[in-house]
Each structure stands twice: as structure tokens, then as C-alpha cells.
Design a protein around this ligand. Structure first.
Ligand code: BES
Ligand code: MN
Ligand code: ZN
Length: 486
């Protein structure tokens, strides 16, 4: 998508559509006022008649307005002026884009910016790109068509470029999640990560099965042993900081398909399990943006890639594994595989010298029960680090809520035959017992676990985003990396 800044007036720009904003106070944004004047008061009359209110997300279309060069004007509600944040900017631009992308359109001009700070423009640009990306990768006739060209008014090229970089990163994550499991499996995911590394100058390391064995990744390998597709571990390094400065580590769960293994999932629970690599896709998307933005920090992305399948070699209930750290794990549910994968990847992250760690994983259905579909769960061993992550998420408008890590939850994963077992006692607090398991492998390093089982994958579309992969938390990770001080 070609993206450029424009100084043209909203009334005279040659575009298929012009998008302007309207706050709930009814006071017109400069571009809306221009359109209002050109149309002898079309917008103020709609407001007066309460056909339009400026409520957040409201979309009003004015077709072939006399006095305006564009074929249509879309007025998008921006809500309360005082509450305009990145979330509102992202969603407003995305909603307008999604509406307009319903038909192929060559050129759409966004006139939302009203003296916005660059971070709001960036969020809106990212939103405009996200709004026209659909999940229908394999449908001959797409429901959404990205515009060939976007013009953006009243902003510099810098904010546009940053917004576009974020938009591309979110788009990459969403596409990887939306790809079915016959297309994206450990090797092909690793190839996709390698392409990203080549294109944006990340250092790349790929561990194949042989290397994983040599590195004693017994926990990850146990999940992979029931599949004919071999596992991978990918390490991406962005060396933007001082040589020798300890890096931030971003760790992702990359289960490219989760059948549940011998503790097999019912069909209903299995049908969206191509999304179980969303944590890994989020890490790759964020690493791409961090590299392209040339952030002056050291960051490593590590993703553990495997299928969770069933064949004659599959891991069985009661099996005892030795993780890379040396801890032994009794497997009492093969569907609690994400934590087995992460156990080894977290261990590698610590060994690589990470000063602090964030992991992202579609880890538990229990987190969905606790927080619903739109909110990620945060669990940590270090409150200050978690607060930093919460602040970044809040700034980006991505919903996350902390769950407690009381020691009692940890007692539930004690095993009678091994150091720990991979499930708690019963299902209650399942998001937390899973996090307690992960905590065993971070060697006390400051660590936050983000359970994205809810927000990573939308079962139904939002007015501003198609269903499927959402790209949630890519922007939060980039924001966190921006503030990284070692
Ligand atoms: N990948 C699933 C979690 C999941 C569920 C993600 C729904 C997205 C939507 C995970 O591997 C899993 O199966 N977790 C089990 C854990 C249980 C066996 C302790 C679960 O949540 O049921
Ligand atoms: Mn599972
Ligand atoms: Zn899983």
C-alpha cells in the first residue's frame, strides 16, 4: 500500500473517498469543517438532526457530495475529545478503512489528524492498514481489498513511516496466524522468520531437530515426537544497543497446530487451533518492527515451533521428561503442551543472557474463562517489570489484566514422581497454575507471561477488524522495547 502525506484540501483532493473525523461534542475537525463548507452544511445538518453524533466508531457516508472532488465522504465518530487515545485513533481509522475496503478502491484520503501527536497518527495509520486486511487468504473473491494508495493529511512523513512499519508488523502477525496449519508448520514458520530476518537485518539462528537434541530440549521435543513434522527453535537478534548490554528477550509459543495429543480436544475446541502459534507470530511481528525502526536497544526473539499431534511415538500420560534445565516433568495432560514448549525456550532465553523476559502464549482456555475474549492475562515474578509492561499496553490501547501468583497455586504442580507435573489439581485457576509452571524455568529473571488465548484470535469480526488473527500485543512489545533500559 502506497502511503503519502498530502497538503490538498479535503474538498479538492482527487480520491475515491475522503475520511474525516467528528468528536462527540459536535465541534468539527478542521477537515470536517472544510467539507461542511464545501457542501453548504451537509455535516452540520446531519449533526443537528442527530443523524450523526460523533460517538466513537460511528460511520456516516455521504455519497457524491456536491462541491467535493471525492466520490464519497466518510465521517467517523471519534468519541469524547478528551478521551482520544491510540486505541480510539486506531479503531476509528480501522473502522473507516474496513467499510471502504468492502470494494476495490484505488485511493483513500484520511483527514482525521487534528493537531494529533505523532503517536496518535501512527496508531491511526496502523489501524487504516489493519482495517483492510481480511482473513480470507484462500478465497478467490476477497471480502476486503486494500487500497492502492493512502493519503494522509496534516502530518509529516516520519509519523507515516512509523505507522506503516507498525501496520506491516501487525499485518505479518495476523497473516501468519490466519495461515492454516497445512501451510504454516514449524519448518515453514521458521522459513518465514528467516525471510523477515533477511529483509530487515536481524541476526538469525535456527535450531533443527538434531540441534534441539544436542541442546537437550527434552520438553519441547516430547511435544514434537507425536508429529511427522519436525520441530524448530528460532532465535532472532536485534543488536541496536551497545555491544555487551544485556538484551530484552521476547519468547513466543509456536504450536502450529494443537490437536491436544492423546488428551485429544473435541472438534469444536480443535477447529481454530491453527492459532496456537500466535505468541510466536507476535514475537516475529514485533522483531520486524523493532529492526525496521532501528530501536537503539538489544532485543532477542525466541520462538519454539512444533505441532501437538498423535502418532505411535506421541508422548503419553504419565511419561516423565527431562527439560533442558534438568528439571523432570510428569506429563498428566498432553493438551497442556504450550508450557512444555516454553519450558525449554525460556531456559534458552536465560542462557542467551536475557536481562528481562516477556513471553506470549495462547496458553490456557482458563484465561478466557477468567478475562473473556478481549483481555490478555498478565502473570509475573517481578511487579515493577509487570507494571512497565502494563503501562506499555495501556498506552497502545491493548487490554491486559494482571492475575495473582500466590504461592498456593505453585503447590498444585508438585508431582509424586518428578520435580513437577504439567497440570494443576483440577481446572480452577488454570491460567495461573500454567504460569507457575513457566516460572520454574526463568531462573528468577524478571519475567512477565502474557496469556493471549483470548485476544490473539477473534471468533467473530469487530467493526474495525476482520475475524481471525488480531495482531494483539505486537504494538505493546514495540512500545516496551522503545523504553528498554536494560
Ligand atoms: N492452546 C490451548 C489453549 C487455548 C484454548 C488457546 C482456547 C486458545 C483458545 C492450550 O494448549 C490448552 O489446550 N490448554 C489446556 C490446558 C489444560 C489441559 C490444563 C486448556 O486450557 O484446556
Ligand atoms: Mn493444548
Ligand atoms: Zn496449545
Amino acid at each position: 500500500m502506497k502511503m503519502s502525506a498530502t497538503n490538498e484540501s479535503a474538498a479538492s483532493i482527487q480520491a475515491d473517498a475522503v475520511v474525516v473525523g467528528c468528536h462527540a461534542d459536535g465541534e468539527l475537525q478542521p477537515a470536517a469543517a472544510t467539507i461542511d463548507q464545501a457542501t453548504s452544511g451537509a455535516i452540520s445538518r446531519l449533526l443537528e438532526a442527530k443523524e450523526m453524533t460523533g460517538k466513537a466508531g460511528e460511520l456516516t457516508r455521504i455519497f457524491v457530495p456536491a462541491g467535493v472532488a471525492a466520490m464519497q465522504v466518510v465521517v467517523v465518530g471519534l468519541g469524547d475529545r478528551g478521551k482520544l487515545d491510540r486505541r480510539a485513533a486506531f479503531q476509528a481509522a480501522a473502522a473507516a478503512a474496513k467499510l471502504l475496503a468492502a470494494k476495490p478502491r484505488t485511493h483513500v484520503a484520511f483527514y482525521l489528524n487534528d493537531n494529533w501527536d505523532p503517536d496518535l497518527v501512527e496508531a491511526a495509520v496502523c489501524g487504516a492498514m489493519a482495517g483492510c486486511q481480511g482473513q480470507d487468504l484462500y478465497r478467490a473473491e476477497k471480502k476486503l481489498s486494500p487500497f492502492q494508495q493512502i493519503s494522509w493529511a496534516a502530518t509529516g512523513e516520519e509519523a507515516l513511516a512509523v505507522g506503516q512499519t507498525l501496520g506491516e508488523a501487525v499485518g505479518l502477525t495476523r497473516r501468519l496466524v490466519n495461515e492454516p496449519a497445512n501451510m504454516i508448520y514449524p519448518e515453514s514458520f521458521a522459513n518465514a522468520a528467516a525471510d523477515v530476518a533477511t529483509n530487515c537485518g536481524l541476526e538469525l539462528e535456527i535450531w533443527d531437530e538434531k540441534k534441539l537434541k544436542a541442546e537437550r530440549c527434552g520438553s519441547l521435543l516430547a511435544v514434537a515426537q507425536g508429529s511427522t513434522r519436525p520441530p524448530r527453535l528460532v532465535i532472532l537478534r536485534h543488536n541496536g544497543g551497545q555491544k555487551g548490554d544485556a538484551p530484552l528477550a521476547l519468547v513466543g509459543k509456536g504450536v502450529t497446530f494443537d490437536s491436544g495429543g492423546l488428551s485429544i480436544k473435541p472438534s469444536d475446541g480443535m477447529k481454530t487451533m491453527k492459532c496456537d502459534m500466535a505468541g510466536a507470530a507476535t514475537v516475529v511481528g514485533a522483531m520486524q518492527a523493532i529492526a525496521k525502526l532501528r530501536l537503539p536497544v538489544n532485543v532477542i526473539g525466541l520462538v519454539g515451533l512444533t505441532e501437538n499431534m498423535i502418532n505411535g511415538d506421541a508422548v503419553k500420560l504419565g511419561d516423565v521428561l527431562t527439560a533442558r534445565s534438568g528439571k523432570t516433568i510428569e506429563v498428566l495432560n498432553t493438551d497442556a503442551e504450550g508450557r512444555l514448549v516454553l519450558a525449554d525456550v525460556l531456559d534458552v532465553a536465560v542462557e542467551q543472557g536475557a536481562a528481562k523476559i516477556v513471553d506470549l502464549a495462547t496458553l490456557t482456555g482458563a484465561c478466557l474463562v477468567a478475562l473473556g475474549m478481549d483481555v490478555a492475562g498478565l502473570m509475573t515474578n517481578d511487579q515493577a517489570w509487570c507494571d512497565e509492561l502494563s503501562a506499555a499496553a495501556q498506552l497502545c490501547g491493548e487490554a491486559a489484566w494482571q492475575l495473582p501468583m500466590f504461592p498456593e497455586f505453585g503447590e498444585q504442580i508438585a508431582s509424586k514422581v518428578a520435580d513437577i507435573k504439567n497440570i494443576g489439581e483440577g481446572r480452577w485457576g488454570g491460567a495461573i497454575t500454567a504460569a507457575k509452571f513457566l516460572e520454574e524455568f526463568v531462573q528468577g529473571k524478571p519475567w512477565v507471561h502474557i496469556d493471549i488465548a483470548g485476544p490473539a484470535f477473534l471468533d467473530s469480526p469487530k467493526p474495525w477488524l476482520d475475524a481471525g488473527g488480531s495482531g494483539a500485543f505486537v504494538r505493546t512489545l514495540v512500545e516496551l522495547a522503545k523504553g528498554w533500559r536494560g
